[in-house]
Every structure is written in structure tokens, then in C-alpha cells.
Design a protein around this ligand. Structure first.
Ligand SMILES: Nc1ncnc2c1ncn2[C@@H]1O[C@H](COP(=O)(O)OP(=O)(O)O)[C@@H](O)[C@H]1O
Ligand SMILES: [Mg+2]
Length: 383
């Protein structure tokens, strides 16, 4: 395998200027006042991306994801270290970056193309494909300042994927816009993968990472804290979420919770299709905590079969040992092994407080002849 992106000992510092004089007038009168501090947005980052690989980048807001992508794309220059690329690169950076608001969609396509190193003639050749992909035919001659954020993303994505880059870099923008268009972008990314191109993808969506990335790295406070299999990196990312949940808990309650084990009354995790199953989740909490219990079921190929309602299962944990019982009345799954992730989230269902990937695996036994993941038992009659 050839290395397509090589990031070596990359650090990026920003100068942060602390103003002593607050008003504009005072600032004009004392332009050199205040103090300057150096801030490490990236510290000694090392990783490689090979030919045909899709790598996800995970991390909290402010962890340095966008800064890293900007360094890779050449928009920012690292303070130290080196980045080597093989092949052409197209990037979808933060929203609106690279667009001229007063110009039409059409003019911006040419401008954006030029920024990526393409001549007018080359863009002429792919212009219709770009417009078709963006679904903005009626708006292509409208000034982009009248576009919604979703429309921006559509146009930028359409340009980036139609210039056939060897490397595609995408910064979170997929989260913008409607689900149908997101699905279309993911489809296009899959085509890219089949063509053996390399992709770097920043996203907050664990499902997207699971579905399309071969590997994921985790940034925390500008440092690379994990680089490995998607499942492992997601787990580490969640553990750091847990860490920050403890730090930022404004109620002052230390939500230090661990999920110790998942057990069944019989000790067996085998179940027949159509039968029910109960299991217990053993949880240790350092203090009282009210949140919600969540469980996920995945196929071995990493497809999400089901996630329980993150606001629908309140739990009131007490200090010490707690047990949460989960009952599944009737399991409609076909034969196979399914992995179960369990966790505790806050009462909004938005922040993970404790999480355990693959806390248990269940083996479903099925004698019927349906294929796939789930038994639908269709009634089929010729009329
Ligand atoms: N141009 C800049 N000047 C000063 N600080 C910056 C600049 N760009 C980003 N930062 C800071 O660097 C850190 C990392 O930012 P960023 O890479 O945008 O994080 P992420 O994309 O992971 O949310 C943040 O603390 C942010 O405030
Ligand atoms: Mg960012």
C-alpha cells in the first residue's frame, strides 16, 4: 500500500492576543497594548493514510479537527512538522469557506474549481454534472448569499466530488442539509471508496464512522490520543466524553459511573428467534445520578439493528452498586451473532456519561428460511 497522506510531527500554535484596552477608540490609541499568548491547537501529530483508505477523525469541539484538516489542505501552515500528499486533493471545509457571497452559484463553481487548481475549460466539461448532483438547477444563477446552509453544502460537495480528486477531505459539513441529500453524499463517498480513493472525514456521527470508515483517529486537546480500529476509537472517544462530563457537570454531582458486566439469569446468551430474553446490567456509580439507560444492537458487520429511546428509560443510580434489568419480549432477529452496547446518558439523552461497547453478544438461533437480519413473516397470497 502506498502512503497518500503523511502527517509527521505536526504542531500548530495560534497567537491569542489579550486586549488590555477594551474600547475601539482605546485600541486605536494603544495598538500594541495587551499581551500575546501562544496556544497549542495541535501538538506533535503523526499519522498516515494509505491508498484507498477512509479515515474518520473524532474529537470534541475545539480538539483541533478543523485545524488539522486545514493544515492538510494547505489553508494553514503548521508551526512545525511536515505534511506530504500524493495526488490531487479536494476539500469540503467549514461551511461557506471558499464561497464569494455576492457571486452566483455558477460563478462560485468556477471560482471554487480554480481554487482546487482546475481551469475554466475543465470545469465547463463537468459543470452539468455538478449542477445535477447539487440539484440547484433553478438557483444556479442566484447569488449564493440567498442560499441556505444546506444549499451551500450541496454545491460545495457537488464540486468536490466531480473534480475527481485522489483525496477527499470532508469537515463535518455532511451534518448540514436534509437526510436524503446526506444519504446521496454517503453513496457518492462509497463510490469514491470503490474507486480506491482516500478519504479523511470529520464527523460527530458514530453511525457514519461505523458505516464508512476503515479506521478512526481521536483528537483531544490538540493531541492524537488514538489511531486504530473504528470500534476502539469510538470507545476511547466516548471515554473522553465521560471524562468531560465529569468535569463539566454543573450540578456539582460527580457522575463517575462504570458499567461492569452484563449477565443473564441462566448465564447463556443464546436465544431462539421469536423467544424473549432478559439480561441484567451491573453498574457502579460513585454518587447518585439520574439519567437514561440506552442500549444498541449491532450486527457483526457493524450495522445498527436498533437503538433504544435515549430519553425513554430513566434510571436513578445510587452510590455503589446498581442493577438495570433489560427485557426483550420477542426477538425478531434471524440467526447470527449480535453485539450489544449499553450506556447511561444524561436526562436530555444527549451526553454519554458511561458507555460499554460490546458489553455482551447474543447468539440467535433460527430454523426458518427467511434471509437477512429480521423476521418479517410476510403473508403472501396470489389474488
Ligand atoms: N485562527 C485561530 N486563531 C486562534 N485560535 C484558533 C484559530 N482557529 C482555531 N483556534 C482554536 O484552536 C482550537 C481548535 O480549533 P478547531 O481546529 O476549530 O477545533 P474542532 O474543529 O475540533 O472543533 C480551538 O480552541 C480554537 O478556538
Ligand atoms: Mg471544526
Amino acid at each position: 500500500m502506498t502512503t497518500i497522506i503523511d502527517v509527521e510531527n505536526v504542531s500548530k500554535q495560534f497567537k491569542i492576543h489579550h486586549e488590555r484596552h477594551q474600547s475601539l477608540k482605546e485600541r486605536l490609541l494603544h495598538p500594541k497594548s495587551g499581551s500575546t499568548e501562544l496556544f497549542d491547537a495541535l501538538s506533535d501529530i503523526n499519522f498516515k493514510v494509505s491508498d484507498g483508505e477512509t479515515v474518520g477523525i473524532l474529537g470534541h469541539n475545539g480538539s483541533g479537527k478543523s485545524t488539522l484538516l486545514k493544515c492538510i489542505c494547505g489553508v494553514l501552515k503548521p508551526t512545525s512538522g511536515e505534511i506530504r500528499l500524493r495526488g490531487s486533493l479536494a476539500a469540503l471545509l467549514e461551511l461557506g469557506a471558499g464561497f464569494q457571497h455576492e457571486l452566483s452559484g455558477r460563478d462560485n463553481v468556477y471560482l471554487y474549481g480554480a481554487m482546487l487548481g482546475f481551469s475554466r475549460k475543465m470545469i465547463d466539461g463537468i459543470f452539468d454534472d455538478i449542477v445535477a448532483f447539487s440539484e440547484l438547477d433553478h438557483f444556479i444563477d442566484t447569488q449564493v448569499k440567498f442560499y441556505s446552509s444546506g444549499m451551500y453544502v450541496r454545491l460545495a460537495f457537488a464540486v468536490a466530488v466531480n473534480v475527481n480528486p485522489d483525496i477527499l477531505v470532508v469537515d463535518e459539513v455532511l451534518a448540514v442539509g436534509d437526510e436524503r441529500f446526506q444519504a446521496k453524499c454517503i453513496d457518492r463517498i462509497r463510490t469514491f471508496q470503490e474507486e480506491g480513493r482516500s478519504i479523511l472525514l470529520v464527523t460527530h456521527n458514530a453511525d457514519t464512522v461505523r458505516a464508512i470508515c476503515d479506521r478512526a483517529i481521536v483528537l483531544n486537546g490538540g493531541k492524537l490520543i488514538a489511531d486504530g480500529e473504528v470500534q476502539d476509537s469510538l470507545r476511547i472517544f466516548r471515554e473522553y466524553l465521560l471524562g468531560s462530563a465529569v468535569e463539566h457537570d454543573r450540578t456539582g454531582v460527580q457522575a463517575n459511573i462504570s458499567i461492569d458486566a452484563v449477565t443473564t439469569p441462566s448465564g447463556s446468551f443464546e436465544v431462539r428467534n421469536g423467544a424473549g430474553m432478559n439480561f441484567d446490567v451491573e453498574i457502579t456509580s460513585e454518587s447518585a445520578y439520574s439519567g437514561n439507560f440506552v442500549m444498541e444492537v449491532f450486527t457483526r458487520s457493524g450495522l445498527l439493528v436498533s437503538r433504544s429511546d435515549a430519553q425513554g428509560a430513566p434510571v436513578n443510580l445510587t452510590p455503589g452498586h446498581n442493577r438495570v434489568s433489560v427485557g426483550l419480549a420477542q426477538i425478531p432477529l434471524l440467526d447470527g451473532v449480535y453485539d450489544i452496547n449499553v450506556g447511561v446518558v444524561d436526562h436530555h439523552g444527549s451526553t454519554v456519561i458511561a458507555w460499554r461497547e460490546k458489553a455482551a453478544s447474543i447468539q440467535v438461533i433460527y430454523d426458518g428460511r427467511e434471509g437477512g437480519i429480521v423476521e418479517l413473516s410476510p403473508s403472501i397470497r396470489q389474488q
